[in-house]
Design a protein around this ligand. Structure first.
Ligand SMILES: *Cc1c(COP(=O)(O)O)cnc(C)c1O
Length: 503
């Protein structure tokens, strides 16, 4: 299976190269030339497998330049009981809100308590194997722009991995205190963390720019290094996310919640459009998904896009209590446009150019029709997010984090608007509530009763709710800060070269 760029189909590379590079040399994103299709028999066979078995099947069908043993090695090392707490790294919990039942797919049982672990625990294995095939002896420099969760998950995944260095940039005032603490205390000899004076979009644009600056690339080359990306622009990030939608469907069939062949709806709290796009790929492979419900916070650029066909990033940026979704430029939408335009690279290029130069683009009616047929977009403000956390906790004794709550609220809007209550729903839960203790606790008890310090809040929430604190979060309390660098956006390239010792 080969991969081509969303903005230039003449660029065709192997999976190993797509993963090593992260982004195409023309600035486009790598997409599979062909999408594997599963028959009923394929799905029936997967019903009998465990998570790892399903992962090996799906990943193997996309990484065709990897041997069966190589794929197995990646999967077996990534999804261990030690790292994810159970044989199934992505369990489903049923909860009810105002009469609507939801199958909540908990994707945050990994080492950093966010769904990013599902991909970032396996990406380093993909990458080191890809480098060995394509760029033997080179050191990969992973640059990460994070809205909070990717940074920590990437640091944990890549720490002390031979042949890699990782530098993470996060918005100085745009992450939760727990997220910041997770990153600044990071251990490992190949890691670096730096705050930037700007928001996530600034960080992402800054990183993208470094990736495509010729002088910097040449400097790395001269020093036997090359850039790679752990952001969801890397195909190696997206691929493992396809697995859990297929696996969740199998689990729901096996536990009798749905019958084989039944359609489901998928609800995803969305930022960079990676997670929801993975579910779309699962559908293209044959998973019977009816609607993709795209949930945004007050940064509702995707809601407007789905409803009008106009993507317009020229708007107020809000710093919200669901910071991992505080994004105005959703990178992976580019891949959806490629799919919906039947692989029209010129069209995708024109949209992306318009986004860069004019800050917006409008899709044609053909794409708009396909978009409306499958996607429902909605958003949820801060007040409704906290109200949803409270109601869900009171009605179902289920404690959702702020991002998951946005999805729950938008799902309720979907049911209200469409009357579609019958289609069973898989709702992606993307983080542990303990990553956002202040906002979650503030939803269920009066603001003035909340403890001062972050770790006292964690203990308090545990006492109030009885919900277990993820061990790695509890352990942070005793760790010292290693990184307190701050840089201006314009100085990011210099920061990178200096950190690598090649300035
Ligand atoms: C990253 C993240 C999201 C957004 O996921 P995308 O794939 O960027 O759409 C949602 N919730 C949490 C907790 C996250 O960390």
């Amino acid at each position: 299976m080969n991969y081509n760029s969303t903005t230039d189909k003449n660029i065709v590379v192997s999976a190993a190269q797509a993963i090593s590079q992260g982004i195409s040399s023309d600035g486009g994103l790598f997409v599979p030339v062909e999408i594997p299709k599963y028959s009923n028999e394929d799905f029936q066979a997967m019903l009998k497998m465990d998570y790892k078995g399903r992962a090996k099947k799906v990943i193997g069908d996309y990484l065709t330049d990897f041997t069966v043993e190589e794929v197995a090695d990646c999967v077996d090392n990534a999804y261990t009981v030690e790292k994810f707490g159970a044989e199934n790294p992505a369990p489903i919990v049923s909860a009810k809100l105002n009469g609507n039942t939801m199958n909540i797919l908990e994707l945050w049982h990994g080492p950093t308590s966010a769904f990013k672990d599902m991909a970032l625990q396996i990406l380093p294995y993909f990458l080191t194997k890809s480098l060995a095939k394509k760029y033997k002896g080179k050191e990969a420099v992973i640059l990460v722009a994070t809205s909070g969760d990717t940074g920590k998950a990437a640091l944990e995944g890549f720490k002390d991995v031979d042949g890699t260095r990782i530098i993470v940039f996060y918005p100085q005032n745009g992450v939760s205190p727990m997220q910041k603490c997770q990153m600044t205390t990071q251990e490992g000899n190949n890691v670096d963390v730096c705050a930037i004076e700007g928001n996530f979009d600034d960080a992402q644009t800054g990183v993208k720019k470094i990736f495509t600056t010729t002088e910097i690339i040449e400097k790395l080359q001269a020093n036997d290094k090359l850039f790679s990306s752990a952001n969801s622009i890397n195909w190696g990030r997206l691929l493992p996310q396809i697995v859990y939608y297929i696996s969740a469907y199998c689990d729901l069939v096996n536990n009798g919640t749905i019958k084989f062949g039944d359609e489901v709806n998928v609800v995803v709290p969305t930022g960079n459009f990676g997670n929801i796009l993975a579910s779309y790929y699962a559908m293209l492979m044959g998973l019977p998904v009816k609607k993709f419900i795209c949930a945004s916070n007050s940064n509702n650029v995707l809601t407007d896009f789905i409803n009008t066909g106009v993507y317009d990033k020229g708007r107020q940026f809000y710093t919200t209590i669901s910071p991992s979704m505080d994004i105005l430029v959703s990178s992976n939408l580019e891949r959806l446009l490629y799919i919906l335009s039947d692989g029209d690279d010129k069209k995708v290029k024109a949209y992306m150019t318009a986004l860069k130069t004019e800050g917006k683009y409008t899709v044609d009616s053909d794409i708009m029709d396909k978009l409306s047929a499958r996607f429902f977009g909605g958003f949820c403000n801060e007040e409704s997010t906290q109200k949803t956390i409270k109601e869900l906790y009171e009605q179902s004794n289920y404690l959702a984090d702020t991002h998951t709550a946005v999805a729950v609220d938008v799902y309720a809007q979907y049911v209200e608007k469409t009357g579609d209550k019958e289609t069973p729903v898989i709702l992606a839960s993307t983080a542990s509530p303990y990553k956002f203790s202040k906002s979650v606790l503030g939803s269920i008890i009066p603001e003035n009763e909340i403890c001062e310090s972050e770790f006292d809040m964690v203990d308090q929430m545990n006492k109030v709710t009885g919900v277990e604190v993820p061990k790695p979060l509890a352990q942070l309390k005793n760790k010292g800060v290693r990184f307190n660098n701050v840089t201006a956006v314009d100085d990011m390239p210099a920061y990178v070269l200096k950190t690598l010792g090649i300035d």
